[in-house]
Design a binder for this molecule. Structure first.
Ligand code: FES
Ligand code: FES
Length: 179
C-alpha cells in the first residue's frame, strides 16, 4: 500500500481546498490517494502513481491513448473521474506482464508483428485488444476494426495492428491459443 498527496498546484491550477480520500486498486495494489474531485483517472495514474505507460493524447475522449482496463473493460481514463473508481479493479499496461517480466501474450504479439511505430498509442491499443479477446469480441474483420476504432494511431500502423489482433483472435478460435 502506498500513500501520495498532490502538491499545492495541480495541472497548473491552484489545488482544490476540498480533497477526497479514496482507495484505488491498480494492477492488484491498493493505493490511498487524496484527490481533487475533478482529477481524472488518467492524471491520478500518471501524476500520483507515476504509471506513465498510460498516455495522454487528446485528454477528451477522442484518441484512445489513455485506454486502461476497468473491471476487464477498456475505458478512456481521461473521461473517468478518479474519485468514482473506488471499488473497481484498474489494470494499466504496466500490470499486464507476469511478475517475472514475461510479456502478456498480446504485448508479445504486438512486438512480433511490429504492431507499432513510435509506440505512443500502443499501451491503449494493447489494453483494448486484451478486452476484445477476453470478451470474445471481434469475430470478423469488420468487428475488429469497429471495436478498435476508438484507438487512433498517428503513425498509421493500422495494418500491423489489425494483423496482430486478427492473428490472436484466429489462434484463440482455433484453440492453438497464442494466449
Ligand atoms: S487522452 Fe483519453 S481519449 Fe485521448
Ligand atoms: S505507433 Fe505512433 S501513434 Fe501509433
Amino acid at each position: 500500500m502506498s500513500s501520495n498527496t498532490e502538491s499545492a498546484t495541480e495541472n497548473g491550477y491552484p489545488a482544490a481546498p476540498h480533497r477526497n480520500k479514496i482507495t484505488l486498486t491498480v494492477n492488484g495494489q491498493k493505493h490511498e490517494l487524496s484527490l481533487s474531485p475533478w482529477t481524472t483517472l488518467l492524471d491520478a495514474l500518471r501524476q500520483q502513481l507515476h504509471l506513465t505507460g498510460t498516455k495522454k493524447g487528446c485528454d477528451h475522449g477522442q484518441c484512445g491513448a489513455c485506454t486502461v482496463l476497468r473491471d476487464g473493460e477498456n475505458v478512456n481514463s481521461c473521461l473517468c473521474l478518479a474519485v468514482m473508481q473506488e471499488g473497481s479493479e484498474i489494470v494499466t499496461v504496466e500490470g499486464l506482464a507476469a511478475e517475472d517480466g514475461t510479456l502478456h501474450p498480446v504485448q508479445q504479439a504486438f512486438l512480433e508483428n511490429d504492431g507499432y511505430q513510435c509506440g505512443y498509442c500502443t499501451p491503449g491499443q494493447i489494453c483494448s485488444t486484451v478486452a476484445l479477446l477476453e470478451h470474445d469480441r471481434g469475430n470478423s474483420p469488420a468487428e475488429i476494426r469497429d471495436l478498435m476504432s476508438g484507438n487512433l494511431c498517428r503513425c498509421g500502423a493500422y495494418t500491423n495492428i489489425y494483423n496482430t489482433i486478427a492473428e490472436l483472435q484466429g489462434a484463440k478460435q482455433s484453440g492453438s491459443d497464442h494466449e
